[in-house]
Design a protein around this ligand. Structure first.
Ligand code: IMP
Length: 197
């Protein structure tokens, strides 16, 4: 029998990836897009872990159902780790993503190849009636000098993962869902879940 689990997000890009990454596992997944009238969550924590735990705990409290949330973002070495935990709010929550990506490209204009390092981080938090647990995934890479490709979401068109020469925006979605920060965190979650739940 499939186990019911809620993903505590309305981000369509994330929901698609969660469903794909967990598709061969025994889960019946719903997201906040399937549940109406839930109050929003203020992501004001100082770390990915704080925010992920807050989101999954909040939705578990409201629904009583096992819940996973991810808090994720992009850390760019050249920008001292920005946008980091503020990735979704960087340059304004309603600023189009392509404008944010262009802003980063212009701030990094002239930065040499060895100064363009960056990493995506994802912390997945699980909450049920007797447990809270977190799992981290990191995907290292570099920032491209142009936006390229339309796959994925967010900063994907400017991020080139290690050992590739194309952005996540250009790479096949199956590649991203194998090597991404989210895939790594969810694999850790799943390995723990099957042993403990
Ligand atoms: P939050 O976890 O809801 O605070 O949002 C994280 C933000 O980080 C997203 O809105 C994206 O801008 C960015 N982000 C997180 N994961 C990814 C990814 O896999 N690709 C591109 N951008 C991402």
């Amino acid at each position: 029998m499939k186990r019911k689990i809620i993903i505590a997000t309305k981000n369509k890009g994330k929901i698609k990836e969660f469903k794909k990454i967990l598709s061969d596992k025994e889960f019946e997944i719903s997201s906040l897009l399937d549940i109406s009238d839930l109050p929003g969550i203020n992501e004001d924590g100082n770390s990915f872990e704080d925010n992920a735990v807050k989101k999954s705990g909040h939705i578990f409290d409201l629904t009583g159902k096992p819940c996973i949330a991810d808090d994720s973002g992009l850390e760019i070495d050249y920008l001292d780790g920005a946008p980091g935990v503020k990735s979704s709010r960087y340059y304004g929550i309603s600023t189009p993503q392509s404008v944010k990506n262009e802003k980063i490209i212009s701030m990094m204009k002239g930065a040499k190849e060895n100064k363009r390092g960056a990493q995506f981080i994802c912390v997945v938090a699980f909450t049920d009636n007797n447990e809270k647990k977190t799992f981290e995934g990191v995907c290292k890479g570099r920032i491209s000098d142009k936006q390229k490709g339309s796959n994925g979401f967010g900063y994907d068109p400017i991020f080139i993962p290690e050992e590739f020469d194309k952005t996540f925006g250009e790479l096949d979605e199956d590649v991203k869902n194998r090597i991404s920060h989210r895939a790594k965190a969810l694999r850790k979650f799943y390995n723990w879940f099957v042993k403990n739940k």
